[in-house]
Design a protein around this ligand. Structure first.
Ligand code: HEM
Length: 399
């Protein structure tokens, strides 16, 4: 499984490295950290200068960095030139702490567990319209489920879901869409949200956008811009990610019929399977930080103000923590040490929701289908968003 000798760290920023980053992780985890070309200059990226980043790929280095937000800041001006600022994700303590407190109640494990019935209803509706036999799983199920869940929580009407999918793709897809088009779609999203906020300010409803219009941080109300960046983070961090978790999970199981059979007989296997998918094919592969002071990592001196990528996907395959890391093994004892949802200050707010959606999905499909296989056409990995690992298309046969 050695990487080809022609491999350079720059592959991490290229479409083939996004579609399959694992050979590069294996090759460069040793010399970690490595500097790579994250985004070239040009009309596609909208950058006048290339953007370089240091990739942290060892579990220990990733853990140390995410536990030290004072040194590894989430305020990343280099990246915010190409995407809108997202609440929480691009904030540092102490402001982050106030904002996080505001929404943590809505996303608490108890509150999320109470949503189980209506999420199951959406899952069954989608399953019913898929029927039995061949299906393109991403468009029939993995994309619409999280989209409908988060849009309903926010109070976005059904007919607007497709626009949200396009907008969230535009924000994360550096390599797949010209910069101008991306900027236009981002503006459309922000204008739509501005109008939704104005409507709630006039007449509050029973939804999350209304709750944000009346919330206060340290005695002050949130501005429209703050609410927009809150809603944007939930849409962007909550959709693509959960879609990819569900898609990766079903593809892995389609390739392992014995696991499907075992899980049908013993549902205590469902949760360990989901955790191992989060480790083995992490939906969020990497997220950036900026150094606030000079730091030394391994043999490398990183200056202040440099972009550092926290490569969760590589840390989750680090043999120092996960024995035989390139094998999918739900019963592995160190499974709980995966960093698929990050850790510390920015630990994923939506982790209970994502886990619940994955659990409802797997249980419903196990109940309904004795067999799960790949379709005739191969699955197609997305090659545009460096952050994510998932399928654009995944043909499956449900029997
Ligand atoms: C399988 C699905 C998901 C994965 C793998 C995932 C992964 C992550 C990761 C790795 C982080 C850490 C960010 C960092 O280190 O900078 C994060 C943060 C975050 N996630 Fe998720 N996420 C998922 C689903 C969701 C959902 C469903 C939501 C919301 C509805 C959500 C909302 C957020 C937010 C708001 C943050 C920022 C938290 C903060 O900075 O305090 N995520 N997620």
């Amino acid at each position: 499984m050695d990487a080809p000798s022609s491999l350079t760290p720059d592959v991490l920023g290229a479409p083939e490295g996004i579609a399959n980053p694992y050979p590069a992780y294996r090759a460069f985890r040793g010399p970690n950290p490595v500097r790579y070309l994250r985004l070239p200059a040009g009309p596609l990226t909208g950058r006048t200068e290339p953007l370089y980043a240091w990739a942290l790929m060892r579990h220990a280095d990733v853990l140390a960095a995410i536990r030290d937000p004072a040194t590894f800041s989430s305020q990343t001006p280099q990246v915010l030139k190409t995407i809108p600022k997202l609440a929480l994700l691009h904030d540092d303590p102490p402001h982050h702490t106030h904002l996080r407190r505001l929404v943590s109640k809505v996303f608490s494990p108890q509150r999320i567990a109470s949503l189980s019935d209506w999420i199951s209803r959406i899952a069954f509706e989608l399953l019913d319209s898929m029927g039995k036999g061949s299906a393109e799983f991403m468009s029939a199920y993995a994309v619409p489920l999280p989209m409908r869940v988060i849009a309903t929580m926010l109070g976005v009407p059904d007919q607007d879901y497709p626009s949200f999918k396009l907008w969230s793709e535009a924000v994360v897809s550096y390599a797949g869409m010209p910069a101008e088009e991306r900027a236009r779609k981002t503006q459309e999203m922000m204008a739509y949200l501005g109008q939704a906020i104005a409507e709630r300010r006039k007449q509050p409803r029973e939804d999350l956008i209304s709750a944000l219009t009346v919330a206060d941080v340290e005695g002050a109300a949130l501005s429209d811009a703050e609410i927009r960046s809150f809603v944007a983070v939930l849409l962007i961090a909550g959709n693509e990610t959960t879609t990819n978790l569900i898609g990766n999970m079903m593809a892995i199981l389609a390739d392992r019929p014995e696991l499907w059979r075992q899980a049908r007989e013993d549902r205590s296997r469902v949760e360990p399977i989901i955790e191992e998918v989060l480790r083995y094919e992490s939906p969020v592969q990497r997220l950036p930080r900026v150094t606030t002071r000079p730091v030394r990592i391994g043999d490398v001196d990183i200056r202040e103000g440099e972009l550092v990528d926290i490569v969760y996907g590589a840390a989750n395959r680090d043999p120092a923590v996960f024995e035989d890391p390139d094998t999918f093994r739900p019963e592995r004892p160190t499974n709980h040490q995966h960093l698929g949802f990050g850790l510390g200050t920015h630990y994923c707010l939506g982790a209970p929701l994502a886990r619940l959606e994955a659990r409802i999905t797997l249980s419903a499909f196990l109940d309904r289908f004795a067999t799960l296989e790949r379709g005739v056409e191969p699955g197609v990995r997305q090659r545009a968003a460096q952050v994510s690992f998932g399928y654009k298309a995944l043909p499956l046969v449900l029997g």
